[in-house]
Design a protein around this ligand. Structure first.
Ligand SMILES: Cc1ncc(COP(=O)(O)O)c(C=O)c1O
Length: 459
């Protein structure tokens, strides 16, 4: 593989430069290439522009380099190119997915009735969870959702979905795609640490009672912006009281519930009707790898569709394909199983603990620095803070964070991201690789300070 110089995480090239480099790769009129020529072309033209998630300086997104066991699993999955929809297309693949999901339910401490299904990504896992919740709400209201869709619900507004302002945008996608529209999203306030405010949730649930059906409450265990974990146990209690489906979006954060010192933050997740999780975010398994869990496996009947030739009813054969929409499903379970079996659980927990500890240490450092302002206390592996130099006018502070982001990304030595919290711009550091450490983060802070020193409000 072409090596990215060790002081870089990618080439730092502009979109136009990348486009020019890639042009020969997509010259489909050109004669076919021998495999070694093809490899050279890809390594020369594409690889330098790929992001090295395994370098210390990569501190911006939820991505990880593949782990050795996962790579072996992926290689075998690719060799056999299995579709694992049902027994008919892959006996081993179908059973492996079912066993893997069941074993993960045990690992996370879910109910004995819990089951899971492999999804293409967290976005679709969240969407399916909302569909299943809607289906249950329809059943309660005597509506046949399968036949009539959301038009079957009485009233103009239809059912509501309650979630915090910091929920992932996949919630907006979900309600759009399900025909509920974004008007169905009822925002719940967040507290000073950006976790869902349970008191406000309780007020909203009471206000909606007998006025508008609530299809689901969606809590997030590890928000995208700040990694905040909503107080799931208290939310679950309210949902149980009101008979409402609780979905936990654990796409990013659920893995951290496996780390003993962080476990208590996730208390109550086992009470949720559904939970989504993206192992591809930090477990070192190939993208995509997502799972939707349900507390009661029987709930998957809400998705089941049978035909005369495929996914036939009552064959008694393993059939993961009736738990979600796609007919063709990849053997995603194999790289995941291989990653877990290769590392073993104690090493995997260590892998998860390292970035959490690094972020906690960074938060302590930021708190002590007069030129830095902390955006929140970290619940998981994300920290937002801003540079607030005493000699720069406060109205220029937002522009400074954006400038730091642009310059750092252009250099290609490290990566960082930005986000807005309450309308204010913050730098956002993500620790996800098992090799992440406080030193790499402090180097990034130092690089940001140099940019801040030179910047006076111009671009
Ligand atoms: C909290 C949360 N939910 C959902 C998603 C969407 O997952 P995916 O990117 O797999 O679609 C993300 C992505 O980062 C996320 O952070």
């Amino acid at each position: 593989m072409a090596e990215t110089p060790s002081d870089r995480i990618y080439s730092g090239a502009s979109p136009a430069q990348v486009e020019a480099d890639l042009a020969p790769l997509v010259d489909f009129e050109a004669p076919g290439l021998a495999l070694d020529e093809l490899r050279n072309l890809i390594e020369e033209r594409l690889v330098p522009h790929l992001m090295r998630y395994d370098r210390d300086g990569f501190l911006s997104m939820f991505n990880a380099f593949p782990e050795a066991g996962a790579k072996l699993g992926a290689e075998i999955a690719t060799t056999y190119n299995q579709g694992v929809t049902n027994w008919q297309v892959s006996p081993g693949g179908a059973v492996l997915e079912e066993l893997c999901c069941k074993a993960l339910c045990r690992l996370f401490g879910f109910a004995p009735t819990a089951e899971g299904t492999v999804m293409y990504c967290g976005t679709y896992a969240n969407q399916q969870a909302i569909y299943m919740a809607l289906h249950q709400a329809a059943e309660r209201s005597g509506v046949d959702l399968t036949r009539d869709g959301v038009m079957g619900f009485p009233g103009l507004l239809g059912p509501a979905v309650l979630t915090s302002a910091d929920a992932h945008m996949s919630m907006r996608h979900a309600v759009r795609m399900l025909g509920l529209g974004e008007q169905s999203l009822v925002p719940i306030d967040i507290d000073s640490n950006r976790r869902m405010d349970v008191t406000h949730l309780s007020i909203v649930l009471k206000a909606l009672k007998d006025k508008r059906p609530v299809a689901a409450v969606v809590a997030t265990s590890g928000t995208t912006s700040t990694g905040a974990v909503d107080p799931i146990a208290a939310i679950a209690e309210l949902c149980a009281e009101h008979g409402i489906w609780l979905h936990v979006d654990g796409a990013y954060g659920l893995a951290y519930s496996l780390v003993p010192e962080w476990q208590s933050r996730f208390a109550g997740v086992e009470k949720a009707e559904s939970v989504s999780w993206d192992p591809h975010k930090q477990l070192g398994v190939p993208i995509p790898s997502s799972i939707l869990f349900v507390r009661d496996g029987a709930e998957f009947y809400r998705m089941a569709l049978h035909s005369a030739y495929f996914n036939r009813e009552d064959t008694g054969e393993p059939n993961p394909g009736i738990r979600s929409a796609p007919t063709t499903r990849p053997m995603t379970a194999l790289p995941l199983v291989a990653a877990i079996r290769h590392q073993g659980i104690p090493a995997m927990i260590e892998r998860l603990r390292a970035p959490l500890a690094a972020i906690a240490a960074l938060a302590r450092y930021v708190e002590e620095q007069p030129d830095l302002e902390l955006g929140h206390q970290p619940d998981t592996g994300v920290l937002c803070f801003r540079l607030v130099p005493a000699d720069l006018a406060p109205e220029l502070h937002d522009g400074l964070q954006d400038e730091i982001y642009r310059q750092i990304m252009r250099r290609g030595e490290r990566s960082i991201s930005v986000t807005q919290l309450g309308g204010t711009m913050y730098l956002r550091l993500v620790a996800i690789a098992p090799t992440t450490n406080i030193h790499a983060m402090l180097e990034t802070v130092a690089a940001a300070r140099i940019i801040a020193n030179d910047w006076k409000g111009d671009r």
